[in-house]
Design a protein around this ligand. Structure first.
Ligand code: F6P
Length: 323
């Protein structure tokens, strides 16, 4: 009898998760294994909402955003009792390995499960790109392109009205999306959780843009920065006389997570799905599968939990030079 494995998506959904579910399922089936899909992340492991997936079940999902299995944030899984229930349910289905597609919180849950003796393999997936063990995580490319489309549109209306726009993008602990969308979108200034903001300096940049005859100014704020959109707007309003431009702000929020995955994310999902199943075949558990320098790699979960990948400071320097 072939092996029995399970797959789930957990935490914030990310474009490309469906393509990863499809890859894990089809590669496993190609090896003669049975695959079980778990509904709503760790929640479904605890409630036993698990069903077998066939090749056809994962057909036509590659281009869809979100996750057909559903996802959840599940505090119950952080308790030993919750995980015991999960292991009991997995044992009842005869499953010996679970693939966890998700970001930091999800891989921490995966690690705790492994520590209790159940085999798990992570697939690095979060739009935040804050996971150690992968240069780029599943969903980042699509989220970045969505942010960029919003930036391009905002710049059009900003120019028509000679306004400064603050655009808040996602990223609770990591400024990757803010930095890269700011760089690619030609922002005048960027705020990030990793770098303390001097709002006075940003006001000076906006004022200088006005005085140099620019038709607009754009500031990208990460949601987790000390100066997010709300705080920056407050500061700007208090200083509006000297800025020149009038101020508007937009919060992009979950719009960034809902898109159809880009070609890059679909291809990455295929590669990570294959990498994860091959790790299971080798018996290499308690790892996260990601890419480092373009190569599919495995990194022990023990080395990635409770860590947040930092931003590339060179990119921040470049964004500053180019504004
Ligand atoms: O971790 C991905 C992410 O989109 C973060 O950027 C954001 O802070 C968070 O999830 C939002 O979480 P939720 O969807 O639970 O509101």
């Amino acid at each position: 009898m072939g092996r029995r494995v399970a797959v789930l998506t957990s935490g914030g959904d990310a474009p490309g998760m469906n393509a990863a579910i499809r890859a894990v399922t089809r590669v496993s089936i190609s090896k003669g294994w049975s695959v079980f899909g778990v509904r709503n992340g760790f929640k479904g492991l605890i409630s036993g909402t698990i069903e077998q997936l066939t090749t056809r079940d994962v057909g036509g999902i590659m281009q869809r955003g979100g996750t057909v299995l559903g996802s959840a944030r599940c505090p119950e899984f952080m308790t030993v009792e919750g995980r015991k229930l999960a292991i009991r349910n997995l044992n009842q289905f005869g499953v010996d390995c679970v693939f966890v597609i998700g970001g930091n919180g999800s891989q921490t849950g995966n690690y705790e499960l492994n520590k209790m003796g159940f085999n798990g393999i992570g697939i690095a997936s979060t739009i935040d790109n804050d996971l150690v063990g992968s240069d780029i995580t599943l969903g980042v490319d699509t989220a970045l392109n969505i942010a960029l489309e919003a930036i391009d549109r905002l710049k059009v209306t900003a120019s028509s009205h000679q306004r400064a726009f603050i655009l808040e993008v996602m990223g609770r602990q990591c400024g990757y999306l803010a930095l890269m969308s700011g760089l690619a979108g030609g922002a005048e200034a960027i705020t990030m959780p990793e770098v303390p903001t001097d709002p006075e300096k940003i006001a000076e940049v906006v004022q200088a843009a006005y005085e140099h005859g620019k038709s607009h100014a754009l500031i990208i704020a990460a949601e987790g920065a000390d100066y997010n959109a709300a705080k920056l707007t407050e500061f700007f309003y208090a200083n509006k006389e000297r800025l020149g431009f009038s101020i508007r702000s937009t919060i992009l929020g979950h719009v960034q997570r809902g898109g159809s995955p880009s070609a890059f994310d679909r291809i990455l999902a295929c590669k990570l799905g294959l990498g994860a199943v091959e790790a299971a075949e080798r018996g290499e558990y308690s790892v996260v599968v990601g890419t480092i320098k373009g190569e599919v790699t495995t990194t022990p979960l023990a080395d990635i939990v409770n860590k947040t990948k930092g931003i590339d400071i060179e990119m921040a320097r470049l964004a500053n030079i180019l504004d």
